[in-house]
Design a protein around this ligand. Structure first.
Ligand code: NI
Length: 274
């Protein structure tokens, strides 16, 4: 597991360390990546998604800081997820082969007093030095908690319980489908993934979005993996792997933003499977 005091020297370092942490935690993502490379594909990432809470100490900006230091720019488009009580923004790097960074936050003023008070008390224990470090986006869970608290949070907000349990780390990496050769088409790619025994998120249909929205996406369901709680290890949903194909805007430029209605369903990839 990646150490919390990892020294981040460069953007390559930051992105690579995040990838290794993500693969460590989610062997299924690594196996799917390996399936593509075994087929002769070079896998580029379309984006990496991070999750947080809109507490004054934290928020989207606290996770974005290290990326901005390494040249990422905050884009103007805003994303609202009314039902899930989330707000999100995304960052792009001048080098378009680098992944976009998509950061969402749970709007604590909109959740129940129980969720708000629980999350606030966890955050208050966070040392500022951790939030300020360049490795904050891969630092993992910085607080102790037990499994019953996780379960209670999950009853109201799967998102709150996920961040409380896993802390600050990539929620998913996303394969840039346009950059693939054999699997350049999302239905073909989905069929390939399913034929290898992986379950795709079917909420709202396997493919989210339409070419008219300039972005279509699919994702695996996060497998349940062991998470250490103060009262022992329990299996809970970890991270998922996503696949994104983009289309050109009428001006000929590839659309680089996101589609809130599609992302809304993709968020459910970390829901517990019945
Ligand atoms: Ni995504």
């Amino acid at each position: 597991m990646v150490q919390k005091n990892t020294q981040i020297q460069s953007l390559t370092d930051l992105l690579q360390t995040m990838w290794l942490d993500y693969c460590d935690l989610n062997p299924a993502a690594r196996r799917i990546y390996d399936l593509f490379t075994a087929e002769g594909e070079q896998v580029l990432n379309d984006h990496i998604a991070l999750r947080t809470f809109n507490h004054p100490k934290l928020g989207i900006q606290s996770l974005a800081r290290a990326f901005e230091k390494f040249g990422y720019k905050k884009m103007e488009q805003e994303y609202f997820f009314k039902e899930k009580k989330l707000y999100a923004r995304h960052w792009e790097h001048p080098d378009s082969t680098l992944p976009k960074i998509f950061i969402s936050e749970l709007e604590l003023e909109k959740v129940s007093p129980f969720v708000r008070d629980t999350i606030t008390s966890l955050i208050e224990k966070l040392p500022t030095s951790l939030i300020d470090s360049d490795s904050f986006s891969l630092s993992g869970r910085p607080w102790e908690m037990d499994y019953s608290l996780y379960s209670k949070l999950a009853e109201e907000s799967e998102y709150a319980s996920w961040v409380a349990a896993w802390g600050f780390r990539p929620n998913h990496f996303t394969v840039n489908v346009n950059a693939l050769k054999k699997f350049n088409d999302l239905p073909t790619l989905n069929q390939f993934i399913e034929s290898k025994g992986y379950k795709l998120n079917a909420s709202g249909g396997v493919i989210k979005g339409t070419p008219e929205q300039f972005l279509i996406q699919s994702s695996t369901m996060a497998s349940e993996i062991p998470c250490k709680f103060s009262d022992g290890s329990h299996h809970i949903p970890g991270c998922y792997y996503e696949f994104a194909k983009r289309y050109a805007l009428p001006n000929g430029k590839m659309y680089q933003g996101f589609v809130a209605a599609s992302a809304d369903k993709i968020f459910e990839s970390t829901n517990r499977q019945k």
